[in-house]
Design a protein around this ligand. Structure first.
Ligand SMILES: Cc1cc2nc3c(=O)[nH]c(=O)nc-3n(C[C@H](O)[C@H](O)[C@H](O)COP(=O)(O)OP(=O)(O)OC[C@H]3O[C@@H](n4cnc5c(N)ncnc54)[C@H](O)[C@@H]3O)c2cc1C
Length: 389
């Protein structure tokens, strides 16, 4: 019997191990990872939450649905959220297949308004709330290697730091870095990207709604942000973006000027930054036949089209299921049922999502162009051939 070291909360590991042991390591400190870590820590488990960034750069996904309110309350972070002073959002205005805008008021939701937030601050708030619950958090840390041996995960992080855990959770977002390194595959639904920049000097007191406007190459999204700022984002497919050089400032601005209501929203505003491209591709992470104690949460497990406006609420909802599944795995390590059941629920969610997505895109065909006809075809990947009008 090797000598044993005593660690946090009574955990013991062989003395030959030089690195700390946790019940659960969560890789990725976005909303899904932070909420999962907070729930596990509150339940008394030892958790390490590793985040690659320092939350130093702007983040996308600024419009939060009213349905987020009960989720934040349940997570015990409602007061922290209100302290961020989010802008109330009264609803959505969409110019989709008709020139007449369709209005959807959040006030019909039963929870009151939605919000426009600074996502960097929102994500940081959740990350700090995980630390506040007792999770051991690290910024600027990514998992670069993971092996499962003798009933535990042996993880190497950037900078050479090493740790072990009994359960590993991939919360790395759309990249699903950990899951893919463990052999899981992405079922890709599309190759959507968002090309975004923030306009300043906008009077956001009268602009408290999300505007969606369809164009031949996709759709524009504009929303006010705290600090008299307006975020504008063109959603299109990666090959269309490349073909028309839409990530460069001039073509992006020219494209915006071709809109009607969107261009008016930023008329007279300043654009101090150049556009950035973010992946917004939908996928489901599939891990057939893998019985090791790991699984993915949030966008890493199932990433959806931002048109659904459900990304952050979905991340918090799956975090609850993920925390329950991890706790079950810790109690019955040899039982694969919790993960099978967790994955089966995600499969059902994916099926429901595909049908909702079809409702959004199939209801009308605003433009007879590749972006829109691809969506009419269902969830096939975009054709690889060059774009032609
Ligand atoms: C263009 C766009 C617009 C969107 N608009 C909205 C919107 O208006 N409303 C809405 O609700 N949702 C929106 N979404 C979706 C929403 O942002 C996501 O669903 C949500 O952020 C998912 O949270 P997550 O924690 O799963 O992933 P993420 O938010 O992506 O967080 C993943 C985290 O993991 C970290 N990470 C990555 N790799 C590693 C690694 N190897 N090790 C450690 N850390 C790592 C990242 O730095 C990041 O902090 C939008 C998404 C996109 C792309």
């Amino acid at each position: 019997m090797p000598a044993r070291l005593r660690l946090r909360r009574g955990l013991t590991v062989p003395a030959s191990w030089e690195f700390p042991a946790y019940d659960v390591v969560v890789a990725g400190g976005g909303p899904a990872g932070a909420a999962t870590a907070r729930r596990l820590a509150l339940a008394g488990h030892t958790v390490a939450l590793l985040e690659r960034s320092h939350f130093e750069r702007p983040r996308v996904g600024e419009t939060l649905a009213p349905s987020l309110q009960p989720l934040l309350r349940d997570l015990g972070v409602w007061e922290r959220y209100c302290a961020l002073d989010p802008l109330p959002s009264w609803g959505t205005r969409s110019i989709w297949s008709s020139a007449v805008p369709a209005e959807h008021s959040h006030l019909e939701s039963g929870y009151g308004c939605g919000w426009h937030v600074d996502r960097r601050l929102f994500d940081r708030m959740l990350f700090d709330a995980a630390a506040g619950a007792g999770a051991e958090v690290s910024l600027g840390t990514s998992v670069v290697n993971c092996r499962y041996e003798s009933g535990s995960w042996q993880l190497t992080c950037s900078g050479g730091r090493r740790l072990t855990s009994r359960v590993l959770i991939d919360a790395t977002g759309r990249s699903a870095t950990i899951g893919r390194s463990l052999g899981a595959r992405r079922f890709a639904i599309d190759r959507l990207v968002g090309i975004t920049a923030q306009w300043t000097d906008v009077d956001v007191t009268v602009e408290r709604y999300l505007l969606i406007e369809s164009v031949p190459d996709g759709w524009w999204y504009t929303a006010p942000l705290p600090g008299n700022t307006m975020v504008a984002m063109l959603m299109t497919d990666a090959d269309i973006c490349r073909h028309h050089h839409l990530s460069a400032s001039k073509p992006w601005r020219t494209h915006l000027q071709s809109t009607t209501a969107t261009a008016l929203r930023v008329d007279g505003a300043r654009l101090p930054t150049t556009p950035r491209v973010y992946s917004a591709a939908s996928h489901r992470l599939i891990r057939p036949g893998d019985t090791r104690p790991w699984f993915a949460v949030g966008d890493a497990a199932l990433a959806v089209d931002p048109i659904s406006g459900s990304g952050v609420p979905r991340a918090l909802r799956t975090a609850e299921a993920a925390a329950t599944t991890a706790a079950q795995l810790l109690t019955h390590p040899a039982d694969a049922t919790p993960v099978t059941s967790y994955e089966s629920t995600r499969n059902t969610e994916c099926t429901t999502y595909l049908s909702t997505r079809a409702d959004y895109y199939d209801a009308a065909l605003p433009h007879p162009t590749p972006f829109w006809t691809r969506r009419k075809l269902g969830y096939d990947r975009p054709a690889p051939e060059p774009m032609r009008r």
